[in-house]
Structures are given as structure tokens and as C-alpha cells.
Design a protein around this ligand. Structure first.
Ligand code: SF4
Ligand code: SF4
Length: 148
């Protein structure tokens, strides 16, 4: 019999504690953001999608060496006359299926004042197919859509 009333006491206490937490939030302003109609501004160092600037990249390979998931590949450009390698890229590709948004590539990139590979605040993009996750920037071609 005593155990019966003890159980009622324990359950009632837990119920009231739970309701007290609910009650403490009842009159506070709502924090829900009605996305996509409303959007929060990401913090300055937010790591969104990577973008790449094929005009300033020197094909130094430092980003490739820094990347822990080996998701960057590039081909250096060659001088059309001498066929010798020049400090430009022919193409640059990121496999976003393997990228973990760690920023190590951006930190390793030596170009100034703006890094050739860098994170943007872009977070509203998705891919439906594995093939779409390979994003390629090519010299002489327009930049991939939505990746700037
Ligand atoms: S953010 Fe990290 S994982 Fe993604 S490309 Fe850069 S170094 Fe590689
Ligand atoms: S993006 Fe930066 S680190 Fe990577 S190859 Fe180009 S200049 Fe070098």
C-alpha cells in the first residue's frame, strides 16, 4: 500500500517538474525561423559551399595536399607555345560528395588578398545524383551555376 502511494507521489512530482519547464517557456518569444520565407544571417566564418576563382589560382597544389578527404583535383595549364607548365589552372574540380567543409583547403591557399578556394555563405543547394557532386571550374568556360 505504501509503495502504491510512493509511486503516485513520484509520478506526480515528475509530471509537475515537466510542466514547470513547459510553463517557463510559455511566455518567451518564439525562436522558430519560418524558413525559407525567413532566413538567419550566417556568422562571418560560416563554412558554406566552396567556391573557386580560376583567374587567381596558381595551381600550387597546396589545397590538394591539405585536403583530408582527397576531394580536390586540378590540372595545371600549359603555355601554348612551349608546352611548359604555367602558374594557372586548366581545370579545378571538387567532389562535394566527399568534402567535409573543414576549411583546410582555404587556410592552405596562399593567394592574396582573396583565397582562390574559399567557403561562401551558400547553404541552400543540394544534389540529387552522385554525378552532380563533382563540380568543375574550367578555364575559358563559365563558372558552374550556383557555386559562387
Ligand atoms: S573543405 Fe576540407 S574536405 Fe572540403 S575540399 Fe576543403 S579541405 Fe577538402
Ligand atoms: S586554390 Fe589556392 S591552394 Fe589550391 S592550387 Fe589554387 S592557389 Fe594553390
Amino acid at each position: 500500500m505504501i509503495e502504491y502511494f510512493r509511486t503516485i507521489y513520484r509520478v506526480s512530482k515528475a509530471l509537475l517538474q515537466g510542466m514547470a519547464v513547459t510553463g517557463s517557456w510559455l511566455f518567451k518569444p518564439a525562436v522558430t525561423v519560418q524558413f525559407p520565407a525567413e532566413k538567419l544571417t550566417p556568422p562571418e566564418r560560416f563554412r558554406g559551399a566552396l567556391t573557386f576563382d580560376k583567374e587567381t589560382c596558381t595551381a600550387c597544389n597546396l589545397c590538394i595536399k591539405a585536403c583530408p578527404t582527397a576531394c580536390i583535383t586540378l590540372e595545371p595549364a600549359a603555355d601554348p607555345v612551349t608546352q611548359k607548365r604555367i602558374a594557372k589552372v586548366s581545370w579545378y574540380q571538387i567532389d562535394f560528395g566527399k568534402c567535409n567543409y573543414c576549411r583546410l583547403c582555404e587556410e592552405a591557399c596562399p593567394t592574396k588578398p582573396v583565397k582562390s578556394v574559399r567557403h561562401t555563405h551558400q547553404y541552400e543547394w543540394g544534389m540529387a545524383e552522385r554525378g552532380e557532386m563533382f563540380v568543375k571550374w574550367k578555364r575559358g568556360s563559365p563558372d558552374p551555376a550556383g557555386k559562387a
